[in-house]
Design a protein around this ligand. Structure first.
Ligand SMILES: NC(=O)C1=CN([C@@H]2O[C@H](COP(=O)(O)OP(=O)(O)OC[C@H]3O[C@@H](n4cnc5c(N)ncnc54)[C@H](O)[C@@H]3O)[C@@H](O)[C@H]2O)C=CC1
Ligand SMILES: CC(=O)C(C)=O
Length: 255
């Protein structure tokens, strides 16, 4: 039996990279998937791939930094497929490796609106749906090794991802007796299109963070992270809650 048979999953940032791999693996394991992204061309392409492979999916346009659009995304899953079982908060953007002395207020707000506030708003909507309807649910947040240490990106990205670790732990703890599980994944360096979100890169910040990147044994593939998201999204992880699983090939075991 497939691991997610009959489940309804929302995956944000699903037009590319890890979100695409998670959406495809979830669909292969029997889930009906909302392929959510603000890149609709990419989302439609992933949806077509899933349907071609015999799965069920619907592309939904969402900018995760917009409250109304995030709430509508969750409502669409429920109206389209009658349920919401799994929420994967995966959409995210990089900063430009700026240290605190170089970060602008505008860049800080932009990174937090997408990487942190968007995640909180989707979690709030999903948790309230499950609580009001006395249903169980699972949340998987794509965080980063940069959410666990200070040296993998700039100050805004690192702070935005550290905040998602706290969101994950707090929510996992708060609703643990209500059948709601919340976990995060901390991928290391994965081969995706995330580089395209990097603007105005700081030479100083890049040089400092680059020293730790040299310790990564290799880059990972999005499909290797999707396997972790399947574990955390399925009943295989029924007693795993409020924690963050590092998926980095051993990079951060070095420090
Ligand atoms: N690639 C890497 O080395 C690592 C990435 N991450 C995290 O993994 C997650 C996925 O990123 P990747 O697959 O690497 O990058 P990616 O750039 O290939 O995919 C990110 C997707 O998110 C979408 N997106 C960005 N901003 C959005 C918004 N405001 N609303 C809706 N969709 C939006 C993009 O259109 C894209 O399809 C991100 O949260 C990122 O921070 C974490 C650790 C390492
Ligand atoms: C992009 C990112 O999060 C890392 C750790 O490289």
């Amino acid at each position: 039996m497939a691991k997610l048979d009959g489940k309804v999953a929302v995956v944000t940032g699903a037009a590319s990279g890890m979100g695409r791999a998670i959406a495809k693996l979830y669909a292969k394991e029997g889930a009906k998937v909302i392929v959510a992204d603000f890149n609709m061309e990419g989302a439609e392409a992933v949806t077509a791939e899933i349907i071609d492979e015999g799965g069920t999916a619907k592309a939904v346009s969402v900018n995760v930094s917009d409250k109304d659009q995030v709430e509508k995304m969750i409502e669409t899953a429920i109206s389209e497929y009658g349920e919401l079982d799994i929420l994967v908060n995966n959409a995210g953007i990089m900063d430009g490796f700026e240290p605190v002395g170089e970060i602008t207020d505008e860049k800080w707000d932009q990174i937090f609106d997408v990487n942190t506030k968007g995640v909180m708003r989707a979690m709030r909507k999903a948790v309230n749906y499950w609580m009001e309807n006395e249903k169980k649910g699972v949340i998987v947040n794509t965080i980063s090794t940069g959410g666990l240490n200070g040296a993998h990106a700039g100050v805004a990205y690192g702070a935005s991802k550290h905040a998602v670790v706290a969101l994950t732990k707090n929510t996992g703890f708060m609703y643990a007796k209500n059948g709601i599980r919340v976990n995060g994944i901390a991928p290391g360096a994965i081969e995706t299109n995330i580089g395209s979100s990097m603007k105005d890169v700081s030479d100083f910040g890049m040089q400092r963070a680059g020293m730790t990147h040299g310790l990564s044994p290799r880059t990972g593939q999005p499909e290797e992270v999707a396997e972790a998201a399947l574990f955390l999204g399925s009943e295989d992880s029924s007693f795993v809650n409020g924690t963050v699983l590092t998926v980095d090939g051993g990079w951060t075991s070095a420090f």
